[in-house]
Design a protein around this ligand. Structure first.
Ligand SMILES: [Zn+2]
Length: 140
């Protein structure tokens, strides 16, 4: 598990690999990854049940964990964690994966912004390039 509660004090470098349950899907292609225009669940026009996300947000003991999007309850996105707990988040607090492989395994390449310190997901192209972006999409 990842401790991001004091991420201002050290250089955070996260690389996570977790198998996600693929509820009601036949291929991983249904779920979205970070792109130049989509960074969080909020940016997705279609938010599919089972979408893997990386949780920031307000619940400290859950911060920096992975979960899967379940459903919207009003404007709160309910996500389910591996231990079965369901927590509601603002969709802007839910980062999209960098990549999802053919087995439905979600990969998160999470970096802190050099300017505003917020955590953000690299896109697949960014993670494969020699020069990773030093700033979050909003600061670029
Ligand atoms: Zn930033």
């Amino acid at each position: 598990m990842l401790d991001v509660t004091n991420h201002g004090c050290f250089h955070l470098y996260v690389r996570i690999r977790t198998a996600m349950p693929l509820v009601g899907t036949s291929s991983s292609g249904q779920f979205s990854c970070a792109s130049t225009t989509s960074h969080t669940l909020k940016d997705l026009r279609t938010k599919r049940k089972g979408q893997p996300v990386f949780v920031l947000g307000h619940v400290l003991e859950r911060k920096g964990h992975e979960a899967i999007f379940e459903v919207f309850n009003d404007r709160i996105a309910l996500v389910k964690f591996a231990d079965g707990a369901t927590v509601g988040y603002d969709p802007i607090e839910l980062l999209l994966p960098t990549d999802i492989d053919e087995n439905g395994v979600a990969y998160f390449e999470i970096r802190p912004c050099g300017t505003c310190d917020i955590l953000f997901s690299l896109t697949r192209e960014e993670s494969e390039s020699d020069q990773e972006p030093p700033e979050c999409p909003d600061c670029r």
